[in-house]
Design a protein around this ligand. Structure first.
Ligand code: MSP
Length: 672
């Protein structure tokens, strides 16, 4: 095995459990890795979890656990899911692994030694969600994702990214395949052309990260830490770097489109600065949408892979994602479309071809592949010809990451062979008892079985389990060992004894959709059936939860008889206020004491958000309060109002998210 092939997924953040958006990337990489193994390449497939940074630290604090506990828990959930799905990763890296830490620190030292790091003080707006400094005025939202930014002032280490503008543009110009697809490449080029500023690569306001070598007050910027996983996993900066020598540079870094800049600008710049060869290609896919928007925990519109595995199995999900989504573009997921695809393409087309071909060989030829040579005619030649073109078209599309088109071409062959069977009526030919009919019957079934064998091998990387089963039913051995030389028409040996023939794709009935929907609903707090989990505290986020939760999770509006008149609404005085003081309340682990400024007055509010918000992070935030709520005493303190928050239905506890504004709004402004 001379040719090596190294492919990576992004490493997934551990602040959210895996959903089918993550599975989409992992399945795509798994499919590509499986195909390269079948091509005979020495393939290495890396995946893992990204565990440091303020986002993870805060998520852990919100759950009342340590960041390491959260990381252990969620990382195991990712790994467990990939194992359950039969993902053939060669390594699962965690950024909390000691060897990763050593490698990142070594990279930092090399960048320093090469003169690309300096220390400077900096004040800017930081977007915690994207884990990056952004160009925005204080109080303004993040220009990338629209979420609130935080003003951060600290002394940081900087990376001289500005020194790489020309080198990067030259890299893109000379290697048109460095960034695929073309749309992403163009975006990156115009971003770099508009000028690069030096990048802050350390943080000193929190601890959850890899310490800067020789200056442990600072932790290394989470993206420098995370991107390095692609080389530290192979032993970069460690004693044993045999894998690094063998597999680096990566052949494909597969990513979602939202992290193109980090991979196509920062990562090659870091590598150039360290004198490390660059990856050969970065391939960005689009987003998986559910209910019209990007599937993500913060939107609360996720679908878990487990739901689909429980009802239809991993291959149904794999096939759907690769067939239905035009790779590179966004694609919509729905249970209806999933079941529809499964039934039409897998149960009907492929399932029928396999079961009727194998059953007839069983019935008419004592479970042995017949010899087709004597009874062959032009129709068989046509199928053989189509199979050859299909193999070559499939290859071409696959090489260009056009999985959907590759599968379309494979299914055109499946359809043609099904049609061929209908037209050649082997069941009628079998009724005749002469030699010519017997030879013809042999030819028809050989043609169908050989086409089935070829298509099964071709699509094995996409639906590995079911194709392995069809393979065994065809009487063949390990499908993973099928090589390109086996993909030639006529390689199926007459006389091959079939395995036990059984249906591979049982039809899914309507209840499959209901079962999947039910499994998802059960898992989502905030759906109509789910009771609000926490006791309303009278004031604070929880009191507002049932109503706001309903909006955030798309739950149906209340019944007519529960509707209120406009006059009722006008009774509520909703106002913009700014948090000036935020502190825990002794003896009440859910409550925070807030002092808020309404412009015309300051007042105290108690809010049940202590588990979800670090008091420090609240200071300065503009929020919405119910200003005319009757005062209420809790823990001996008076609360004068209630703040408004949406409740994230995807979070087990119904995590509150404070209502805020993207535009600047004066204090005391009334909401109506
Ligand atoms: N930790 C960073 C990546 C660091 S790589 C050095 C990160 N993690 S993430 O958990 O947010 O996962 C991002 C990746 O998950 C996306 O790039 C994409 O591959 C996949 N997806 C997550 N949600 C997705 C969809 N809704 N649709 C498609 N892919 C999605 O960013």
């Amino acid at each position: 095995m001379d040719k090596k092939f190294y492919i990576t997924t992004p490493i997934y953040y551990v602040n959210a459990r895996p959903h089918i958006g993550h599975a989409y990337t992992t399945i795509t990489c798994d499919t590509i890795a499986r195909r390269h193994r079948m091509l005979g390449d020495d393939t290495y497939f890396l995946t893992g979890t990204d565990e440091h940074g303020i986002k993870i630290e805060r998520a852990a604090t919100a759950q009342g656990i340590t960041p390491k506990q959260l990381a252990d828990d969620v990382s195991a959930a990712f790994r467990g899911l990939w194992d359950r799905m039969g993902i053939t990763y060669d390594q699962f890296i965690r950024t909390t692994d000691d060897c990763h830490k050593l490698g990142v620190q070594e990279l930092f030292r090399v960048l320093q030694k090469n003169g690309y790091i300096y220390k400077d003080s900096y004040t800017g707006q930081y977007c915690v969600y994207d884990e990056m400094f952004v160009e925005a005025a204080p109080g303004a939202p993040c220009p990338e994702c629209g979420r609130p930014t935080e003003t951060i002032s600290e002394e940081n280490y900087f990376f001289k990214l500005s020194a790489f503008e020309d080198k990067l543009l030259k890299l893109y110009a000379e290697n048109p395949d460095f960034i695929r697809p073309e749309t992403r490449r163009n975006e990156v080029i115009s971003f770099v052309r508009s000028g690069l500023r030096d990048l802050s690569i350390s943080r000193s306001t929190f601890k959850w990260g890899i310490p800067v070598p020789g200056d442990p007050k600072h932790v290394i910027y989470v993206w420098l830490d995370a991107l390095s996983n692609y080389i530290t996993a192979l032993g970069y900066g460690q004693k044993d770097h045999a894998k690094f020598d063998r597999y680096w540079p990566a052949d494909v870094h597969m990513i979602g489109k939202e992290i193109v800049r980090f991979h196509c600008v920062y990562w090659p710049a870091f590598l150039m600065a360290a004198g490390i060869p660059l990856p050969k290609g970065i391939v960005a896919h689009g987003w998986l949408l559910f209910e019209q928007s990007k599937m993500s925990k913060s939107r609360g519109n996720i679908v878990r892979a487990e739901t689909i595995l429980d009802v239809l199995g991993a291959d149904a999900l794999r096939y759907f994602l690769l067939r239905e989504v035009a790779f590179g573009q966004d694609g919509s997921f729905s249970f209806d479309a999933l079941v529809q695809r499964y039934n039409s393409d897998l149960a009907n087309d492929l399932g029928n071809l396999a079961s009727r071909t194998l059953t007839m060989i069983g019935r008419y030829f004592g479970e042995q592949v017949p010899d087709g040579a004597a009874g062959k005619n032009a129709a068989d030649e046509a199928v053989a010809g189509l199979a050859r073109t299909t193999i070559s078209d499939f290859d071409t599309h696959f090489e260009q990451f056009q999985f959907s088109r590759a599968l379309e071409s494979a299914w055109a062959l499946v359809g043609a062979v099904n049609k061929y069977l209908v037209e050649n009526e082997p069941w009628v030919v079998a009724e005749k008892n002469d030699d010519a009919a017997r030879s013809r019957l042999g030819a028809i079934l050989y043609t169908a079985a050989e086409a089935l064998r070829l298509v099964t091998a071709l699509i094995h990387p996409v639906i590995p389990d079911s194709t392995a089963r069809i393979w065994t039913q065809l009487g063949l051995h390990d499908i993973r060992k099928c090589r390109p030389t086996d993909l030639q028409w006529g390689r199926l040996k007459p006389g091959t004894k079939l395995g036990k023939v059984e249906p591979v794709f049982p039809r899914a009935d309507k209840s499959a959709i209901e079962r999947m929907q039910h499994l998802e609903e059960k898992d989502r707090p905030g759906t109509p059936a789910a009771e609000p989990k926490q006791e309303p505290a009278g004031t604070g986020a929880q009191a507002g939860q049932p109503a706001t939760q309903a909006v955030a999770s798309g739950v149906q509006a209340s019944d007519n008889d529960q509707k209120i008149a406009i006059d009722d609404f006008l009774k509520i005085d909703l106002r913009v206020a700014q948090i000036k003081v935020a502190e825990p309340v002794k003896g009440a682990d859910k409550l925070l004491r807030l002092e808020v400024d309404l412009g015309y007055e300051q007042r105290q509010i108690l809010a049940g958000i202590a588990k979800y918000y670090d008091p420090q992070s609240l200071i300065g935030r503009k929020i919405v309060i119910v200003a005319n709520l009757a005062p209420r005493k809790m823990r001996g303190l008076e609360s004068n109002g209630m703040l408004l928050a949406a409740s994230l239905p995807s979070d087990e506890n119904g995590k509150p998210v404070l209502a805020s504004f993207l535009e600047d709004v004066p204090l005391g402004a009334k909401l109506k």
